[in-house]
Design a protein around this ligand. Structure first.
Ligand SMILES: [Zn+2]
Length: 503
């Protein structure tokens, strides 16, 4: 036989009895309290096992509503004792964001003393709602009490109480031991078991009050922001001792042929703020003058930074100044931006375009000049080449012509003075190497020397021994076996051919 243990039975007088409150065996005189059962119970009060009721006959009844019924009946009895029922605290929270984006929050708690005066079981409150217990306090406040043993009230249940606006709590007895006795059950019901509000009109009242307080507080804070902002507006209008503002820049960017960025920028500044400021929701709007030669009237919107509202600017260029009084330094206290400055931007784009064309022309002319020079230099004979380089160096050409060298496609004097002019002269810190000179594309364009390996190797050797001599003279500094750095190309009493030609 499956033994279902119950600790509470319903006695003949209709009172729920704990197993400890009855006689042993059939003499207990109790029936199962479960509706649809009501079978006679036997009290099992042996010496060893925990005492319990069992059904006299084999049944599938679990007697599971025993504790539920016991608790309800207990509440009814407690009302006659004027017992105090602990209610969940009444709690409300509310928060609001001020103009600067700071959260202002608050909470409010109230404890209600509820002395049971009257309690009835199974009271119908609406078509779809029967309260486990409906009680009244000594101050005649009504409270529905739901006992949770196996089924907690869901949102629907809460909604039913909200709909009829009857205060209700749920006492959670689901964690209690099956054989809890009368005194412990009394403690649990009155104060120790968890409890919560299913509906509480005081929470709404508390919330409304709290909301009002916080809303007022935020208003007060916002008004103080605006008052401070007005002082700032007046400071601007004085046009003296202005804070150091970071003026936003308009930028026009162009990519050059050498793929570096070319940037044309302007940072228009207000020259003079006008006196009149008109208040709006979260700031003040005024006007100002920009420009030196040509005066431009602009609108100014001075606002509390951090607010999430957006102002739609009118057609005029408008300076937006966000002000955050919490910051200490001007650079993060004031946040400036221009709006409606498309015309200014277009003008800047045109200026950038024009500058770009000019730069390209200059670059093109330079290329042309170089190309012309290369053409002339290459076509000239050694004598003329020597004259051209000497002219660049500001020297008179050597008196005697030097020998034409096949590997350089020019004379000794010419290649040496050309290398001197382009690679060493005024080139302190420049790294020079024999192989670099032997294969240098610029020199190749000037001389048109043969570029095969044999010719290149011959040039490398010639250049190598010449650079070594310049090193010994203190003109170059050695870095590695074939590399040098130009150390001193501006010798006093410079006698060029001593170093260039005869070496
Ligand atoms: Zn039963």
């Amino acid at each position: 036989m499956l033994e279902v243990k119950i600790a509470w039975g319903l006695s003949a007088d209709g009172v729920m009895r704990h197993i400890s409150e009855v006689k042993n065996g059939k003499a207990c005189g109790c029936v199962c309290p479960s509706p649809n059962c009501s079978s006679p119970l036997i009290a099992n009060q042996g010496a060893i096992k925990t005492h319990y009721f069992s059904h006299q006959t084999n049944t599938s009844c679990s007697g599971e509503s025993a504790l539920h019924l016991a608790a309800k009946q207990l509440l009814e009895n407690l009302a006659s004792e004027k017992a105090v029922l602990l209610l969940p605290k009444v709690h409300a929270e509310y928060s609001k964001v001020d103009m600067l984006g700071e959260i202002v929050e608050g909470s409010s708690v109230e404890h209600i003393r509820f002395e049971l005066k009257d309690a009835k079981q199974e009271v119908r409150l609406s078509d779809s709602l029967i309260a486990d217990v409906l009680s009244k306090s000594s101050t005649n406040e009504e409270l529905a009490i739901e006992i949770f043993v196996t089924n907690s009230k869901d949102e629907l249940g809460e909604g039913k109480y909200r709909y009829i606006q009857v205060n209700a709590i749920e006492i959670d007895l689901s964690g209690l031991s099956w054989n809890i006795n009368r005194d412990d059950l009394k403690d649990a019901v009155l104060k120790t078991a968890p409890r919560r509000w299913l509906y509480c009109n005081k929470i709404a009242e508390l919330y409304i009050k709290l909301k009002q307080d916080i809303d007022n507080e935020v208003d007060r804070i916002n008004q103080s922001y605006l008052a401070n902002l007005y002082d700032i507006a007046q400071l601007f209008s004085s046009n003296t001792n202005l804070p150091s503002l970071t003026w936003p820049s308009l930028v026009a960017r162009r990519l050059q042929i050498n793929s570096s960025d070319f940037i044309e920028s302007r940072s228009p500044k207000v020259k003079c703020f006008n006196k009149v400021w008109v208040p709006f929701d979260y700031g003040f709007s005024g006007t100002a003058i920009v420009g030196d030669k040509k005066i431009v009237n602009v609108d100014v919107v001075l606002f509390v930074k951090g607010n999430n509202k957006k102002t739609i600017p009118k057609g005029k260029p408008t300076l937006f100044i966000g002000y955050d009084e919490r910051k200490t330094a001007d650079y993060n206290k004031f946040d400036l931006r221009w709006e409606n400055v498309e015309l200014w931007q277009q003008k800047l784009e045109r200026i950038a375009d024009n500058k770009m064309v000019q730069m390209q022309n200059v670059a093109f002319e330079k290329d042309q000049m170089i190309a012309t020079f290369v053409q002339r230099f290459r076509a000239a004979n050694d004598n003329v080449k020597m004259q051209m380089i000497c002219q660049k160096l500001g020297l008179s050409p050597p008196k005697q012509e030097s020998k034409h060298n096949y590997y350089w496609n020019t004379s000794w004097d010419v290649w040496k003075s050309t290398v001197w002019f382009y690679k060493i002269h005024n080139n302190e810190g420049y790294t020079i190497s024999s192989w670099g000179i032997a294969d240098d594309s610029w020199l190749e364009s000037l001389f048109g020397f043969p570029i095969d390996n044999k010719a290149s190797e011959a040039r490398r050797k010639m250049a190598g021994s010449w650079l070594k001599k310049l090193y010994h003279l203190g003109i170059l500094r050695r870095i590695s076996w074939s590399e040098y750095e130009v150390e001193n190309s501006k010798l006093e009493n410079f006698v060029p051919w001593q170093y260039i030609r005869k070496l």
